[in-house]
Design a protein around this ligand. Structure first.
Ligand SMILES: NC(=O)c1ccc[n+]([C@@H]2O[C@H](COP(=O)([O-])OP(=O)(O)OC[C@H]3O[C@@H](n4cnc5c(N)ncnc54)[C@H](O)[C@@H]3O)[C@@H](O)[C@H]2O)c1
Ligand SMILES: O=C(O)C(=O)C[C@@H](O)[C@H](O)[C@H](O)COP(=O)(O)O
Ligand SMILES: [Zn+2]
Length: 358
């Protein structure tokens, strides 16, 4: 049954549609969720998703609509200047105009880069997210779009809200276990920062990956509702939106220092979450029962230690490039307790000492 989650950003409300089989119904969905119908459609997807789902999506569109499809290589390395330029060139060649609509069909990589193309092509055109990974329950909502720079993750980007999100959860059936792991990290992150009951529910019900079908509807609806509420209150990350960055100060540093794609985003974030918990215990003089958390996530196949080959001083340098840094001071999302986050300035010496513990 179709579920919708509203995203009520002040200047731009939209909905996340959640159901099985949405990929066959793009034409109908566009009709229902766009105020003005598109002059043309530009679908961006990747080399893994295209052979699996592109035909289904195209079959759902009316024959008289002008449609261009562009496929980029799958993987984090595609969130690059080179692919960004390529997509803009293809958009220009296809003759997209300001009434065109871009559709991002894929995981967070496609959503982020295609969204950034939509944000910048002719200073901004409409776009739709069609997420195909579990991780994209996070990335498709909230309008953060970006590409990576070799020196830092998501360093070039924009806030560009989609017109709608069409999440056909049937497409998760083909997701490899590693990608379930990556995506699930961003699900339990939502519980850890803001909703202890949701975190406990996950802890009780998720003992293996992929996640059992019977829990998926509830899991997605609750996780997306948390993200939607946060971005509705604070679109531009002036306050509580920063909580969504739990584990990302170190996580992003690990991704850039190890080379994009060496670890998945979620794998890096989990290592970052354990690190942030250790800093939290010291900062607030509290007991977060880190070993219980580590036992649970390790039983799901996550690595929780920082890879031993990564130079700790390089990680520290990369952490300083985090977007939350102010006047050279690293600011991290910490947990006062499960379900309660806060952002604090953290001394570099403490960071380095905990980096060196592992
Ligand atoms: N904008 C945001 O708010 C936000 C939030 C979280 C993460 N992100 C970004 O999202 C990216 C990670 O996204 P991701 O984990 O979806 O990675 P991804 O897009 O690289 O997808 C992971 C892999 O799964 C493949 N795949 C996608 N859908 C599939 C399907 N249905 N069946 C089989 N294979 C499929 C992809 O081709 C890829 O190889 C990172 O760049 C991260 O920084 C952005
Ligand atoms: O939506 C947000 O806000 C988030 O922080 C969600 C994160 O999971 C996501 O990885 C985001 O892209 C990180 O943003 P950044 O500003 O730290 O690059
Ligand atoms: Zn993330």
């Amino acid at each position: 049954m179709m579920k919708t989650v509203p995203v009520n950003i002040e200047h731009h409300a939209y909905k996340v549609y959640l159901d099985k089989g949405l990929r066959f119904r793009l034409g109908e969905l566009l009709k229902n969720s766009l105020d003005e119908q598109p002059s043309s459609i530009f679908i961006v997807t990747d080399s893994t998703v295209a052979p699996l789902y592109l035909e289904d999506v195209l079959n759902g569109l009316p024959d008289d609509l002008n449609v261009t499809t562009v496929t980029i290589d799958s993987g984090e390395q595609s969130k690059s200047f080179k692919e960004y330029e390529y997509l803009l060139t293809e958009a220009l060649k296809a003759g997209l105009d300001r009434k065109s609509v871009l559709i991002a069909l894929g995981g967070g990589v496609v959503g982020d880069i295609a969204g950034f193309v939509a944000a910048t092509y002719m200073r901004g055109i409409r776009f739709i997210q069609m997420p195909t990974t579990l991780l994209a329950q996070d990335s498709s909502v909230g309008g953060k779009v970006a590409i990576n720079h070799p020196l830092g993750k998501n360093m070039i980007g924009a806030f560009q809200q989609p017109e709608a999100v069409y999440y056909d959860i049937e497409m998760l059936a083909t997701l490899p276990e590693k990608e379930w792991r990556s995506g699930f990290a961003e699900v339990f992150k939502h519980g850890l920062i803001l909703n202890e009951a949701f975190y406990q529910w996950l802890n009780e019900h998720v003992q293996q990956l992929p996640i059992h079908d019977q829990y998926m509807n509830e899991l997605l609806a609750r996780s997306i509702a948390i993200k939607a509420e946060v971005v509705s209150k604070d679109e531009r990350e002036q306050g509580i939106r920063a909580y969504l960055n739990l584990g990302h100060t170190l996580g992003h540093a690990i991704e850039s220092v190890s080379g994009y794609g060496t670890l998945t985003h979620g794998e890096a974030v989990v290592i970052g979450i354990v690190f942030a918990m250790k800093i939290s215990e010291k900062h607030y003089q509290t007991d977060l029962k880190i070993s219980d958390f580590v036992d649970w996530v390790e039983s799901l196949g996550y690595e929780t230690n920082i890879p031993s080959n990564l130079d700790r001083s390089k990680l520290l340098e990369a952490m300083k490039k985090d977007k939350k840094t102010e006047a050279g001071s690293i600011r991290m999302v910490l947990l006062k307790k499960v379900g309660e986050a806060s952002v604090e300035k953290i001394d570099e010496k403490l960071i380095l000492s905990i980096l060196n513990e592992q």
